[in-house]
Design a binder for this molecule. Structure first.
Ligand code: ADP
Ligand code: MG
Length: 328
């Protein structure tokens, strides 16, 4: 049984959508070609941590800006000539200098580059945590410039699972409760359903025995696996990870990459920033940034199918996993 099957939403729940399948083309009430609103990263971050339930999803449509921009429904990320300039007092920092990038559904992309090359800036834009200074970004066919803050918040919650280098778990809060948080933000009100969903995510990352541990009682690798469980609890189509193994030792790095490999083999799109060649070797495609520009983009494996270093679980491992599930 695949992860996507295990996480399939119950009939009475509306917060999720399957990780694969036809593109959801979404249109907005406001026209897409308005000037970018002057919103700050801070306000977006506040949104991410806001407890307010997300607004209902925008209305799906097969017409609108996506159709006029000639996008393929299989392109989950389309970045066109994106520029990001930060103002630091009188100085302008050109973090991204005309990045164009298309990522297909089901791909596993590693973004590499030296410190300061613009990787996190790009990731923040892909995750709708920040807006480009110039250029366009279509997420699942929708131009993010035309979205309201509520719509952006809703998209982040439903479509994207975030994983950060420093785990970002809430201290003095049980692992399982950390994993439940995005389900609360997503408006899943039924406590039992939330717990069940969070437990499944914890099982998927191999932490069925650690549900009630505090972050401080877990190793770095385990904490990052809790963070991955939190990212997949809402069953998002896409995982965005900014140096997810940056604080981990070799063994924990291997465990976390196995999990990313499985999530991708199950159909989720994964975009991951990394410094390490060994980590990038797990991806199907590697993009290299220098000074805010893409200088290399090569493929290591086909978009469809499992990623290069992925080893499907053996029958014994699958049976053990199944047994662990049935004990909860
Ligand atoms: P990377 O993740 O590759 O290390 P970043 O995207 O964090 O790179 O940064 C790219 C450039 O933009 C760097 O020169 C960095 O100092 C600058 N930068 C990043 N965020 C900000 C910000 N909020 N304000 C000003 N400059 C920034
Ligand atoms: Mg960075």
């Amino acid at each position: 049984m695949s992860l996507s099957d295990r996480d399939a939403p119950d009939a009475d729940e509306t917060v999720d959508e399957p990780p694969t399948g036809p593109a959801t083309l979404v249109t907005k009430s406001a026209p897409a070609h308005t000037a970018p609103p002057t919103r700050t990263l801070k306000s977006f971050r506040q949104r991410v941590t806001s407890l307010a339930p997300a607004r209902p999803a925008a209305v799906p449509a097969t017409t609108g800006p996506a159709a006029t921009a000639g996008l393929s429904p299989n392109d989950v990320i389309v970045v066109q000539r994106v520029v990001k300039t930060y103002a630091l007092g009188d100085i302008e920092v050109h973090a991204l200098q005309g990045v164009s990038l298309t990522i297909e559904r089901g791909d596993f992309v590693a973004i590499m580059g030296a410190s300061g090359s613009g990787k996190s800036t790009l990731m923040n834009i892909l995750g709708c945590l920040d807006l480009p200074t110039k250029g366009r970004y279509f997420l699942d066919g929708v131009d993010v410039r035309g979205m309201t803050e509520d719509e952006l918040s809703d998209v982040r919650n439903r479509k994207i699972g975030f994983v950060f280098q420093s785990f970002n778990l809430i201290p003095r809060t049980e692992a399982i409760v950390n994993v439940e948080l995005p389900l609360i933000y997503g408006g899943l009100r039924h406590k039992g359903d939330r717990r069940k969903r969070a437990e499944r995510a914890m099982i998927a990352v191999g932490l069925a025995e650690r549900l009630h541990h505090l972050p401080s009682e877990l190793s770095g690798g385990q904490q990052q696996r809790v963070a991955v469980a939190r990212a997949i609890a809402t069953n998002p189509a896409m995982i965005l990870a900014d140096e997810p193994t940056g604080n981990l030792d070799t063994t924990a790095t291997h465990e976390v990459m196995e999990i990313f490999g499985r999530l991708n083999a199950d159909g989720r799109t994964v975009v991951m920033i990394t410094h390490e060649d060994d980590v990038a070797a797990h991806a199907k495609r590697v993009i290299r940034l220098v000074d805010g520009q893409i200088v290399d983009d090569h493929r290591q494996g086909p978009v469809q199918g499992p990623p290069p270093r992925y080893h499907a679980p053996t029958a014994i491992e699958a049976a053990a996993h199944h047994a662990a599930r049935s004990t909860i």
